[in-house]
Every structure is written in C-alpha cells, then in structure tokens.
Design a protein around this ligand. Structure first.
Ligand code: 5SP
Ligand code: FE2
Length: 216
C-alpha cells in the first residue's frame, strides 16, 4: 500500500491547521512545495511555514524545494523542522553537495527529476539518497494532468533499485488520483504526493484512503 503525502499547495491557507488535521490520521507525510518564482514561475512559501507546521503536525514534513541553487536554503529548512528535503537535479550544478548537506543535517535526502530529465542523470547519486521524486507533471502548479510517459522512468528506477540493492523510496508528484496512482505504484512508486485530489474534496481523509485502497 502506498504512503501518502498530501500537498498543502491545494489546502486552504486561512484554515491550514484545520486542513492538516483532516489528513493527520491517515497520511504518513505532509508535502510542502517551496517555489521561488525563478526555477518555477510561482512563488509559494518559505522556511517559517515549516517551523509553524512542525508545531501542529506529527506527519513527516516532506519539503520539495523548487528553487534555484537549493543548497542556499538546506540548512535553514533542516533547522526549521524538515524531515525530508528534496532538491532538483536541474536546479544546481552542485547536486551532490546539496544532498551531502541534507544528510549532514540528519535529514532524509531526496533528489528530484522533472519529466524531461532522464533517470541516467541521477544514477551516480542513487547510492546516497533516501528518496527519489519523479515529477509526473512539470513543476510549478497544482491541478495539472498526470503525464503517463513518466511511468517508464519509475519502472527504470525500480529496476535499478532492485539490481543494486538500494532501499530508497520512489515518490511521485503531480496529477495523482485514484487511477494514476495505481499505474505508478505498479511500476514501483512507494510514496504519492496529492494536492488537489486530497484537499479539493469535501472529505480529504477519504481521498487519502482511496489512494491507499487503489494500491492494496
Ligand atoms: O510540486 C508540485 C507542483 O509543482 C506539487 O506538489 C503539487 O502540489 C501537486 O498538485 P496536484 O497535481 O496533486 O494537484
Ligand atoms: Fe511538490
């Protein structure tokens, strides 16, 4: 059964504590999308959101950095309470250093690839990561459609994981619902981020459960 990481990007910011409480019991992680208006067009929120959310949630805080040169912010997000920090391979010439910095803070290190980026580009990093995030949409916005061509990259990663004996999680992010999650989980995905599917519903907890039921 897949682990679920509801994305607060689609939550009600004025009632964020209530929305988080709705998924607290059924989800394992909470996904926090940090956007800088440069790596991606939108601007979202920063380290102090992580600090505040840490006070009200026991979920594993899964911070997805969509920022240029993310190594500038790794220490601060770790100090504010991130449990997982994801850095895009496309966002820095120093991806290995960025991952080392995350690990040095005692935080789980995640490398992220966009739909247009091949799995080959992160092969040298797979020995050191706790999680790989395969973007299933182009990053920057919630509510986009799942790109089916990303499924073969999930399978490719899962094959490498088995062949090499690695134990990283494979996370998917973008356009996840009760149908797309099944295709990804069959290919090897172990963690699903879902924003609009979960928080766009009247009963977010039932949507978390539906993602799990679909991958039983
Ligand atoms: O990183 C991102 C978008 O760039 C995501 O985490 C979104 O928050 C996913 O939203 P949905 O596609 O599930 O609505
Ligand atoms: Fe994300």
């Amino acid at each position: 059964m897949i682990k679920v990481s509801p994305s607060i990007l689609s939550a009600d910011y004025l009632n964020l504590q209530d929305d988080i409480a709705k998924v607290e019991k059924d989800a394992e992680l909470l996904h926090i999308d940090v956007m800088d208006g440069s790596f991606v067009p939108a601007i979202s929120y920063g380290p102090n959101w992580v600090k505040q959310i840490k006070k009200i949630s026991n979920l594993e805080l899964d911070v997805h950095l969509m920022v240029v040169n993310p190594e500038r912010f790794v220490d601060e997000f770790a100090d504010k309470g991130a449990d997982i920090i994801g850095v895009h391979v496309e966002a820095t010439p120093h991806i290995h250093r960025a991952l080392q910095m995350i690990k040095n803070k005692g935080v789980k290190a995640e490398v992220v690839i966009n739909p247009g980026t091949p799995v080959e580009s992160i092969k040298p990093l797979l020995y050191m990561v706790d999680q790989v995030l395969v973007m299933t949409v182009n990053p920057g916005f919630g509510g986009q459609k799942f790109l089916p061509e990303t499924v073969k990259k999930i399978k490719q990663l899962d094959d490498i994981k088995k062949a090499e004996g690695y134990d990283f999680d494979i996370e998917i992010d973008g356009g996840v619902n009760n149908e797309t999650v099944k295709k990804a989980a069959d290919a090897g995905a172990t963690v699903a981020v879902a924003g609009s599917y979960v928080f766009g519903a009247d009963d977010p907890a039932s949507r978390v459960k539906a993602l799990k039921d679909a991958t039983k």
